[in-house]
Design a protein around this ligand. Sequence first.
Ligand code: COA
Ligand code: AMP
Length: 631
Amino acid sequence: MSERYDRAYRQSIDDPAGFWAEAADAIDWHRPWDRVLDDRAMPASRWFPGGELNTCHNALDRHVEAGNGDRVALIYDSPITGTKQLFTYAGLRDRVAQFAGALASRGIGHGDRVVIYMPMVPEAAIAMLACARIGAVHSVVFGGFAANELAVRIDDSTPKAIVAGSCGIEPGRIVAYKPLLDRAIEIARHKPDVCIVLQREAGPAELIPGRDVDWNDAVAGASPADCVPVAATDPLYILYTSGTTGQPKGIVRDNGGHAVALRWSMPNIYDIEPGETFWAASDVGWVVGHSYIVYAPLLNGSTGILFEGKPIGTPDAGVYWRVIAEHGVKALFTAPTAFRAIKKEDPDCALRASYDLSGFETLFLAGERADPDTVKWAETHLGVPVIDHWWQTETGWAIAANCVGLGRAPVKHGSPTRAVPGWDLRVLDEAGKERGPSEIGALVARLPMPPGCAPTLWNADERFREAYLSEFPGHYATADAGYIDEDGYVFVMARTDDIINVAGHRLSTGAMEEVLAEHPDVAECAVIGVADALKGQIPFGFLVLKDGVERDSGDIVGEVVGMVRGRIGPVAAFKAASVVARLPKTRSGKILRGTMRRIADGEAWTMPATIEDPAALDEIAASLDDAGYPS
Ligand code: COA
Ligand code: AMP
């Protein structure tokens, strides 16, 4: 590791307040903070209390006022619709101010929530920034979620307004969002005052008079709104993520800590300076999209890319190289699954030869474990460093990374390198005792967490405390297991809860089990994540039918697959299940999901001593075998 990294890391741990106060100089403050860190705040530390700022001002107006209004802020590249559009800082500021005015004229202001349910169009980023401008709190819901998931989020965040696209476009099909929105509002107990709908040519929607307003009509008569100073500790957004039940967790992000951390991360982790182009190929519905499509590049005065397409099929596995070459991308950030898809389609990376990638310097991967095969393939074919880094929706930015801007460290395949400055990482055993180098245990961070991390869950301080702070007092529990080797390299091996990662999308098997359990013929069920060559993991269900049910099991499996798609959404990718006579359980009744997963993945396993009925595991193994697992 470089001396610069070592120095920064040491200072961030020895003197967090001094370290982050210095980083905060890169942000415009309306009013300076009273204290850098209030580590007695409940339920978790608060950064920059007393300070006031506006995140949208820092993302847009500040750069325009500094004379950089003509610089490109955002490039919209949509191979799926054949559209490209460039927004300068001044142009984006004007569009955002106008939409902020439209929201304000409908009575939306400081602290009000706005749900955004949109595909990857520039208006999604405009709506997010417009909320930030007027101090409203946005909550973006990923387009691949079904009406029920949207309804749960509407009820929890109780938005005054919903901003939606009329449709999303997936390869080969139009996903009509508006019927999903209408259904969600019907299911939800809370009703928004207004829905602002962006009509897309590919699939315009019917508007409900009195409730729905066309985006163009909403902005037509609006006067641009100015930035409103908000408290550093005020929420900027809520982003729901999978928890261990069907009730998602509303991750809260503050304004001050978030702006400071993301601004710091651009030069120091990603080695991106103002004016340089950074592309996060994710979706605005995920945390990566919030942080690195929208906020961080803009806070840094860089150029970001909003890409509406897929790594393959829009039109081919060369589209990433085309975007990198055409827009002069210096660093790309995506999920390993995207590279596995490209590798499968174009194993020799032949399509890369048609593009000039001379300006491309680094590939960053995150969202799931970066398997060494994929990393090596990318290194070989792109000829640039491939940097794995580890983070979570809760943290909002990287926990462990190779901080390229502080001097790149040697890569160890399978490791996201070392703790990022601000993160005091430890590995603990079940009793909370620290483990030695390379010994596996729970990956935790000693408090305080650095700025930018969730200070709480929306309206659920106690759930926050219970989920993250209670298991290992004085530490944040990441719910990832892994180890740290003698060089300080972190290895993230597995989740310790029921979260699985499907194509980089975080999903809860517990939430899927809740849906399966509602099928009238199902007495009991279990869902596990099984290894998948493309998506990393995919869910697989086991169903025990009620006594006396004699229907065709294929029909029942088809029905539960349809239920998960309808209730959670296509993104759950729940496509396979088996009917079994019983589930393998311990004598105390705990389902042996871990052993089932090991069997499915072809890993070594032993018959648990506490198993009630060993034959139940044999049956699981046989049904997995029938389904082609281990693959
Ligand atoms: N709106 C509606 N439906 C969506 C959607 C959206 N925004 N995003 C995905 N879906 C649907 C897909 O169409 C698919 O539907 P299907 O079952 O009818 O085929 C389903 O959800 C599963 O999608 P996905 O898991 O993305 O699989 P895929 O087979 O369509 O594509 C990849 C596979 C690898 C190409 C794709 O997952 C990908 O590009 N991943 C990149 C990962 C990423 O961006 N992760 C974010 C964290 S960094
Ligand atoms: P999300 O909240 O969707 O970002 O998912 C967070 C989870 O994804 C983490 O808790 C990890 O389990 C997993 N994850 C993210 N990045 C990595 C990585 N680089 N290596 C291993 N697992 C990762």
